[in-house]
Design a protein around this ligand. Structure first.
Ligand code: ADP
Length: 536
């Protein structure tokens, strides 16, 4: 541990809180710049909503949400309209303060007029969300799932999901929300930090009983009741990939600002905690994403009044040790070196016929067998592993990976959703000065001009008005006043506006896709022209 920083460069930096814990110019950091900001309740809701506008069906795993205080009038209006169209609809809403955690400041309401907008600590910016009234119950209790996800790389996108997670249980039997039970946190909120204070909390001494269990133990139970557990897993994988696809555009803006391309800097990876609620019909719903999930494998036990001791928690240990171990295996810098050696061997082998005798190659002779043993291990089942000779590879004798790659493995199924990523690439191209996250008026004008978007119906004066209108509105939302200019979300809104103008009758995602193609085409032509001129 280096609480005051470390001078010598490391292979891997394991930061406690965020990317900015230190100045780093090489190696790998276990945090992405901007991740903490991205997964705050308001930012996550905004990012998912942009995707819901484009792909409403694909993104129906996130409850309908409004941002307070600015969308309060919209919230009131929409709820009134929905009630008018369906008088039998008796909704409940959950209000969650932005940046809150561990259930802090959360409350349930039946009517929009019950939102506490002024005069209390709960009046700070928040998200109000439709409350999922019919969760799946086990032993009559509500529970949620904490799944660990490794974002190994942003470009190219690489995602791994842990095969097992935690199920965190409420400590009062669940009843659908009524005015009488709305305030009963032990019935409605699954947070460990809250329920631990209930007299009913049971510390588990194995993985399938008590108030915190492994997710696999729940799956076993569901499977024995005849539930389609395979489909459930595939829905969860799809939820995770889609959520990360919603987060990546803004993450890329942060990334290029902190680690500009072409300058020395580290690469990043990050373990995320996904909180998921299963509905009665087994549909998984995303509650939130944690950038800094707790990796504690102990809990406090009160030995005698006021005397506490840390004792091991077998459930946490079972799940979390595997996640950390596999993350380190996947980002192991030695593995990359071994891969490089493997590539070297391959290239030498290919040259055997052309007179390069690879047996004479010193590097290959000494390292070839290490590299091969390692690659085999990644695919080996448990039986194969234990037979491995520990002198062969540093990974010999380790259990098989609990982290499973889901992207790029399933990229083909999800790549069509990555439209905002392409909009972000246009945004980043026109940012101009390296290290910024906001687009100035000149950058926006250059974008319009280079992509040939201005014409007699859309003058440069209208371009300026569009820029000013949208930028001012986003800056008034009080998101980030450190820099002036147009943030990515504002640019995305302007882009959608332009797309709707240009391709009137299509559905929104087709309008946007067509405009992206149009812009990319003109920019490629421009690059080509510049290249030819340069050569000339
Ligand atoms: P926090 O970061 O404070 O834990 P969460 O968004 O995870 O905030 O919400 C806390 C708990 O409230 C969740 O663990 C879950 O039990 C419950 N909860 C949150 N959102 C909903 C919802 N839309 N419907 C039903 N329960 C919810």
């Amino acid at each position: 541990q280096f609480p005051f920083g470390r001078r010598l460069p490391c292979d891997i930096y394991w930061h406690g809180v965020s990317f900015h814990d230190n100045d780093i110019f090489s190696g790998q950091v276990n945090k992405f710049p901007g991740m903490t900001e991205m997964v705050r309740k308001i930012t996550l809701s905004r990012a998912v909503r942009t995707m819901q506008d484009l792909f409403p069906l694909e993104y129906n795993f996130y409850p309908r949400s409004w941002i307070l205080p600015e969308e309060f009038p919209l919230f009131v209006d929409e709820v009134r309209m929905m009630k008018d169209s369906d008088p039998s609809w008796k909704p409940t809403f959950i209000v969650k303060p932005d940046g809150g955690c561990q259930g802090d400041g959360i409350y349930l309401i039946k009517d929009p007029s019950d939102v506490r907008l002024t005069g209390s600590s709960q009046s700070r910016p928040a998200v109000v969300q439709e409350y999922i009234c019919k969760p799946l119950l086990v032993d009559k209790l509500k529970f949620d799932i904490r799944l660990y996800v490794l974002l190994k790389s942003l470009e190219p996108l690489e995602i791994y999901i842990a095969k097992d997670g935690l199920s965190r249980f409420c400590t009062e039997p669940y009843q659908e929300p009524t005015l009488k039970n709305l305030h009963q946190v032990f019935m409605h909120l699954t947070n460990y930090s809250l329920n631990i204070h209930s007299g009913n909390f049971i510390h588990s001494d194995n993985v399938n009983t008590g108030s915190k269990r492994t997710f696999s133990s729940i799956l076993c139970r569901l499977s024995s009741r005849g539930a389609d557990v395979k489909k459930l897993w595939s829905d969860i994988i799809s939820l995770v990939i889609k959520t990360i696809i919603a987060l990546t555009p803004e993450l890329k803006v942060y990334y290029q600002s902190d680690i500009p391309a072409g300058k020395p800097g580290p690469t990043c990876f990050q373990i995320l905690g996904f909180d998921i609620l299963l509905m009665k019909n087994l549909k998984p719903m995303l509650l939130e994403v944690n950038a800094n999930p707790s990796m504690r494998i102990e809990h406090e036990q009160e030995l005698s009044p006021g005397v506490f001791e840390n004792v091991p928690s077998p459930v946490d240990e079972e799940v979390k040790v595997a996640v950390i171990r596999d993350t380190l295996r996947l980002v192991d810098p030695q593995k990359k070196k071994r891969k490089d050696v493997q590539q070297h061997i391959e290239s030498c082998k290919n040259k055997v016929d052309t007179r390069c005798n690879y047996f004479l190659c010193y590097r290959c002779q000494t390292l070839e067998h290490v590299s091969e043993a390692n690659e085999e291990l990644l695919d080996a089942g448990p039986a194969d592993r234990r037979e491995c000779d520990s002198t062969q590879s540093p990974e010999a004798g380790l259990p098989s990976l609990c982290l499973k790659q889901v992207f790029p493995k399933y990229a083909k199924q999800f790549n069509y959703l990555r439209l905002v990523d392409r909009v972000a690439a246009l945004f980043i191209r026109f940012l101009g000065v390296k290290g910024t996250t906001k687009l100035g008026p000149t950058g926006f004008r250059t974008f319009i001009r280079n992509c040939k978007l201005s014409n007699s119906n859309f003058s440069m004066a209208s371009v300026d008005i569009l820029y000013i209108d949208i930028t001012r509105r986003w800056n008034n939302m009080g998101i980030d006043h450190k820099e002036s200019g147009m943030c990515l979300q504002a640019f995305v809104e302007a882009f959608f506006c332009l797309a709707q103008k240009k391709y009137k009758s299509l559905p929104l995602h087709e309008q946007v896709a067509s405009l992206i193609d149009f812009c990319e085409y003109h920019l490629a032509a421009l690059d080509e022209k510049r290249l030819v001129c340069g050569r000339g």
